[in-house]
Design a protein around this ligand. Sequence first.
Ligand SMILES: Cc1cc2nc3c(=O)[nH]c(=O)nc-3n(C[C@H](O)[C@H](O)[C@H](O)COP(=O)(O)O)c2cc1C
Length: 361
Amino acid sequence: MFIGPFALANSLFVAPMAGVTDRPFRQLCKRLGAGYAVSEMVTSRRDLWDTLKTSRRANHDGEPGPIAVQIAGTDAAMMADAARYNVDRGAQIIDINMGCPAKKVCNQWAGSALMQDEALALSIIDAVVQACSPSGVPVTLKMRTGWCQSHKNALSIALAAQDAGVQMVTVHGRTREQGYKGAAEYDTVAAVKAALHIPVVANGDISSPEKALEVLTRTGADAIMIGRAAQGQPWIFREIAHFLATGEHLAPPLLSEVKRLLIEHLHDHYSLYGEFSGVRTARKHIGWYVRELPGGEAFRNSMNALEDSASQVAAVAAYLDRLSERMDRIPARTRDADAVQTTVTPSVSITPTPDRTEVAL
Ligand SMILES: Cc1cc2nc3c(=O)[nH]c(=O)nc-3n(C[C@H](O)[C@H](O)[C@H](O)COP(=O)(O)O)c2cc1C
């Protein structure tokens, strides 16, 4: 799969998640089988570009390319400026956020609120594509199925975006009104895929290898994007890749591997955020890693009392070592109750490389 000139390692994408998919987490997901990751959104407000928060979000040190930066905003000229600014700082792909339902974003008429005003949305898309075209940087778009149940306009925006020069569209199978409630639907994603000639990515509620196969089959999408299910289990990408290639499940990771990955993640996290913020923002990641492990809830709560990185790492190591005395591997996560049993045989071609697996879906 390609985005513009960029060949991707496979068609399993990490969804952009503000406060989660920072550079350390994206890198970890890529190491563990994700073929592509988009950064957390960066505001189009120039006055905020010099803040610590934005500079951390713009950190791509050592990240395997292509480097994709997501921008969010409400004004075409400012979005074009933001695109140019990020391209000048190394972005190889610019993604427009038209999918985020966060009040902070939508109250300012950005994110998925833009889907309510197609003319404004298209003026932003046009301006960003024009801004990126001199440098040959592809522009992609991430959106929801529409504003609300009675206003599902993903298809018309996707078609117009394609005409404007957008090179890939991702659709999260929920409306803005739904937030994260209810279940994602994939018929709209399938309709968008059927109508477009550029790659279309399906997103929403993909949390197991079976669900990944089901969504790929139902939508015909070129790729799938995984958000919440990757929190605390970045190895989900290799598990899905393996299942799509072989129809069989990989064993869950060994506790010794989880310990190594989590501790590496923590050190990389502290190096980006510094000691004080790093320890505090790492707590949520630790909580996700341990949430389904025996005693995980109590362990997560105990993290709040630790205020320095050395004690945090030592506590994580001791907890996972204690568990290793009882079990080799983490327990298999509960599979989706709603995953449709499908008789479709996985049909994917796999090209193994020394350190990652390439899947062409
Ligand atoms: C904590 C969090 C932060 C998110 N931040 C962004 C964001 O910055 N940009 C964006 O386009 N979507 C954002 N999303 C939406 C996700 O990219 C994705 O579309 C959504 O979570 C559905 O996918 P999932 O069911 O696999 O999680 C965010 C979601 C979560 C849970």
